[in-house]
Design a protein. Structure first.
Length: 250
């Protein structure tokens, strides 16, 4: 292996970890499964569609593919093939397959909200982590795993804080009758909020309710300075003709 491409973590473990043998194979698969299980548990505790086993399987596949590519490369070098450019075909195929499967985790709810986007991307990240483990690049895998876990657990709080104070947001609105829509529009305009887009939700056509997805922008200086989205929505809930209202989140 080119010294410039050697992995610091496997170098610390010794020569057995840098070469292909039964112990290094078990180590790479084990690390990939542990990392994916932790990420899967994080998603499962938040009641997302993909659970622990899904994440473990999605990570194990590219790990095995990368190991097969490594064995093939070593075999070609051992046979004295000479100078050649080796393409990790199986690893590339595993990444593409993982991306396709991850996309299928994205769902649209009856409230026109995109569901599972974060879980889908997390699955694909685990595919990349698995490939890194299979190739013996455990330092990259460890750093990537820590970054992924921090992104899933720390940044949502920051994102929520910033979104709750932005001038633009979307709401899911359920009115007791469509006759109240004009009253609702008039009320929010008086508050200093304008409607950017409004869409009737067809999933509730025969429910007896009039349900809308509405994009709003805050124009009032007072609202921008003192009110969060949650406080605005809580105030709108007090309207007697509003059956239910909540902010839509990706």
């Amino acid at each position: 292996m080119n010294p410039s491409l050697s992995d610091p973590f496997t170098n610390l473990l010794g020569s057995w970890a840098t070469s292909l043998n039964i112990c290094s194979v078990i180590l790479r698969i084990l690390i990939a499964l542990i990392f994916s299980a932790i990420v899967g548990c994080e998603r499962a505790t938040k009641r997302h569609s993909a659970g622990v086993r899904t994440f473990m399987l999605m990570t194990m596949a590219p790990t095995l593919a990368a190991l097969c590519d490594e064995y093939l490369r070593e075999s070609l070098l051992g046979n004295g093939t000479g100078s050649f450019t080796f393409l990790p075909v199986l690893s590339g195929a595993a990444i593409i397959a993982g991306a396709v499967i991850s996309i299928n985790c994205i769902l649209f709810s009856s409230r026109n909200q995109i569901k599972g986007l974060t879980t889908s991307v997390a699955l694909w990240c685990c595919v990349i982590l698995g490939m890194a483990c299979g190739m013996g690049q455990l330092t990259i895998a460890i750093i990537g795993f820590i970054s992924l876990l921090c992104t899933l657990n720390i940044f949502p709080t920051i994102e929520h804080f910033l979104k709750n104070r932005s001038n633009h947001f979307e709401i899911h609105l359920e009115l007791k009758s469509s006759a109240y829509l004009q009253d609702f529009v008039t009320t929010i305009r008086k508050l200093g909020i304008i409607i950017d887009d409004i869409e009737l939700n067809p999933a509730y056509v025969n429910s007896g309710l009039s349900v809308y997805s509405i994009a709003l922008s805050i124009t009032s200086g007072e609202l921008k300075k003192y009110k969060t989205h949650k406080e605005i929505i809580e105030a709108l809930k007090t309207l007697e003709y509003v059956y239910h209202i909540e902010e839509m989140r990706a």
